[in-house]
Design a protein around this ligand. Structure first.
Ligand SMILES: *Cc1c(COP(=O)(O)O)cnc(C)c1O
Length: 430
């Protein structure tokens, strides 16, 4: 029997004090038919729960932990920064070094503003796009996630391209109507929105590789088409690289696919596991931001020294290692090849999508290329698979519609253990 009495007791207590017992909904494990594990500690590729079980972790705090957990250099950087005080509300050298690091590694970002989360980054980026263009509408893609800002909690009505309808109560209809929704990997859907709203579109915001409906790569030409359309119509192209930034390549998805966005949002990895976000882009646009320009945006803890120290050390480690991304690719390729062998040998109707170290195993036989093709995946089967994996010491994201992440701390042995667990778990559930 796989019992987690300490986690269960903590969850009972938490549910009385915190909505749903968690501080972010997906953590409640509702999509996988059990209650969440409370995590006590983590190191390298491993997590330990409150009952002392250990797991090989493929969540990585939902993306930030590309070096693995508690990397000694990152922890030391945080310790050192903390000794000097945790926040001043005044500029520090770390912020200058962070801006320098980001602008060097991502050339389209000539200037950058630090914030405290990916949500703040995307909210600020669309405000900036609206301020810069003097237009009000934005186009987003069905199934893409850009944090919980009002303007982003919108999806299209049953496949049709419609004006935004809020996904959540509390989003004003007026705000929702500013968001137009197109289909990922379908440039025609964007073209037709531009045809109707030509002079009203401030920006197109996109996850250049989607992570938030599971991993869905852009098809050949899709991002280029967005670039061309935005240039033609004078809208800004915003790459939301909160997940993909420093994940799929040193310079993010924009480097991998060779597309230059006008604005980029970052988060996750640049905080090294502390709360961070950032938005940046061309100088001409960034000069609109206060106090350089009139677009207001601020933050009490923005550029926090602990977060800057953790992020800077993480990015430094990545930058020093010329083979960083090729080594990460080898690890991910080993895992996906092993999983594919299992799928093929058992003749299973499953699909893997992968871009570098982010990937998803979809419980569907058809290719997954957008929201419609993702949403048909068998969530019941996935939930059963998730629970089987957990018992075997593998911690996956508790939802079919999330990307898994591999870190530099995952060893070949971890990966081979995982492949065996996949084989046994799939045999048990399929
Ligand atoms: C995680 C994520 C966000 C939101 O970031 P938070 O730090 O959770 O607010 C926004 N966009 C993308 C693409 C993300 O993956």
């Amino acid at each position: 029997m796989f019992l987690t009495p300490n986690s269960d007791a903590l969850f009972d207590e938490a549910r009385k004090l915190i909505p749903g017992g968690v501080n972010s909904p997906v953590r409640a494990f509702r999509a996988v038919g059990r209650t969440p594990l409370f995590i006590a500690r983590a190191s390298g590729s491993r997590l330990w729960d409150a009952d002392g079980h250990s797991y090989i972790d493929y969540v990585g705090s939902w993306g930030p932990m590309i070096l693995g957990h508690a990397h000694p250099r990152v922890i030391e950087a945080i310790r050192k920064a903390a000794t000097d005080g945790t926040s001043y509300g005044a500029p520090t050298v770390l912020e200058v070094r962070m801006a320098e690091m980001i602008t060097q590694m991502v050339p389209s970002i000539e200037m950058v503003r630090m914030v405290n989360s990916g949500t703040e980054a995307t909210m600020s980026a669309i405000r900036l796009a609206r301020a810069f263009t003097g237009r009000e509408k934005i186009i987003k893609f069905e199934g893409c996630y850009h944090g919980h800002g009002d303007s982003f909690l919108i999806k299209a009505g049953s496949g049709a391209l419609t004006l935004g309808v809020p996904d959540s109560p509390g989003v004003p209809a007026g705000t929702a109507s500013g968001t137009l929704t197109a289909e990922y990997n379908n440039p025609e859907s964007v073209r037709s929105l531009f045809a109707s709203y030509r002079d009203q579109v401030a920006a197109v915001i996109v996850e250049p590789v989607v992570g938030n409906m599971g991993c869905v790569p852009p098809e050949q030409g899709f991002l280029q088409e967005l670039r061309d359309l935005c240039t033609e119509i004078g809208s800004l192209l915003i790459f939301d690289e909160v997940m993909t930034g420093f994940r799929v390549a040193r310079g993010g998805a924009q480097q991998l696919y060779g597309i230059t966005p006008d604005l980029t949002t970052l988060g996750k990895i640049i905080g090294g596991g502390l709360p961070v976000g950032a938005y940046g882009g061309r100088k001409e646009i960034m000069h609109m931001v206060a106090p350089s320009g009139p677009m207001y945006q601020a933050g009490t803890l923005s550029g926090n020294p602990l977060a800057m120290a953790a992020g800077l050390e993480t990015l430094s480690i990545i930058k020093e290692d010329e083979k960083f991304y090729s080594r990460l690719e080898e690890k991910a390729a080993r895992l996906s090849a092993g999983v594919q062998r299992v799928i093929d040998s058992l003749w299973l109707p499953l699909r893997q999508n992968r871009v570098g170290s982010m990937f998803t195993l979809f419980f569907t036989r058809h290719p997954v290329r957008d929201y419609k093709t993702a949403i048909v995946a068998d969530r019941e089967k996935f939930g059963a698979f998730f629970r089987e994996m957990l018992v075997r010491g593998i911690y996956l994201a508790p939802s079919q519609f999330e990307a898994a992440f591999i870190s530099m701390a995952h060893t070949d042995e971890d990966i081979d253990t995982t492949i065996e667990a996949v084989r046994e778990s799939l045999k048990a559930v399929m």
